[in-house]
Design a binder for this molecule. Structure first.
Ligand code: ZN
Length: 86
């Protein structure tokens, strides 16, 4: 029987154990008028209990997906905050 307590609160709880990871609902960072579409999704690998951030960048119908650690995503958040408030 599946132990729901294993899922992080943000997990969609869809096929996690088969995929070996928990996956959140993608969240759009922007709107249709932006030059580049950005969607952020949280991942947690079952084997490592490490949260990752997957960014899907779409430009001219071509999507590039990159995955960074949660720590790196937090650092990126701080760096961008500093740059934009400078
Ligand atoms: Zn899950």
């Amino acid at each position: 029987m599946e132990r729901l307590a294993e899922h992080p609160p943000w997990c969609e709880r869809a096929d996690c154990h088969t995929a070996g990871m928990h996956v959140s609902q993608p969240v759009s960072a922007g709107n249709a008028n932006d030059l580049v579409g950005i969607e952020a999704t949280l991942l947690r690998l079952d084997a490592h209990a490490m949260t990752l951030v997957q960014l899907a960048l779409t430009d001219d119908d071509v999507t590039t997906v990159i995955t960074v650690s949660g720590a790196q995503a937090e650092m990126l958040n701080q760096v961008l905050g500093k740059l934009l408030s400078a």
